[in-house]
Design a protein around this ligand. Sequence first.
Ligand code: GTP
Length: 185
Amino acid sequence: VQRPVAPRRNVRILLIGERGVGKTSLILSLVSEEYAEEVPSKAEEITIPADVTPEQVPTHIVDYSAVEQTDDQLAEEIQKAHVICVVYSVDDEDTLDRAASYWLPLIRRCSPDNRCPVVLVGNKIDLVDYSTIEAVYPIMKEFTEIESCIECSAKTLQNVSETFYYAQKAVLHPTTPLYNYDTQE
Ligand code: GTP
């Protein structure tokens, strides 16, 4: 069902995914422009002012930590998010499998009629000399709410700002029409 979309005055980005994939590191690398070996389990919610974002919209970035938050709190954050980065680690195939088997279905369950765009983020490319994009294509085909995918490294900062730019873009300039999961219309 197509609906007119009012222009957003802010963007709320949530990062989820398996433990240890680097969600907190990505946020802190974006903010400080340097990599810290030691990060807290959950980053404080941060707001990036409009004038320093590529799309000129204030952007809230929200971390998730399984040790600090309950499933109910996670469900609430998923409902509040305008876009969700599902993060996996390119050096650990299981984390991508879990994106498809757990995290993407969870997003659908939590926001059944409110299609939330997703960016699939493969972190830690500094550790490998291959690309996981081939494995990502079938997942993007199954979950059309995935607006884009990107590989990055919180450690070398490669593609970190691009990752958050893709997330902003998925909200402000979605490429796929809004639709209903059940009917795929
Ligand atoms: P949880 O809080 O358990 O959900 O983990 P998280 O997804 O927030 O991961 P976190 O940022 O705590 O990072 C986990 C580990 O991976 C840490 O030891 C980081 O230093 C490391 N790490 C994060 N990003 C990268 C990266 O891009 N490259 C490498 N080599 N290590 C990384």
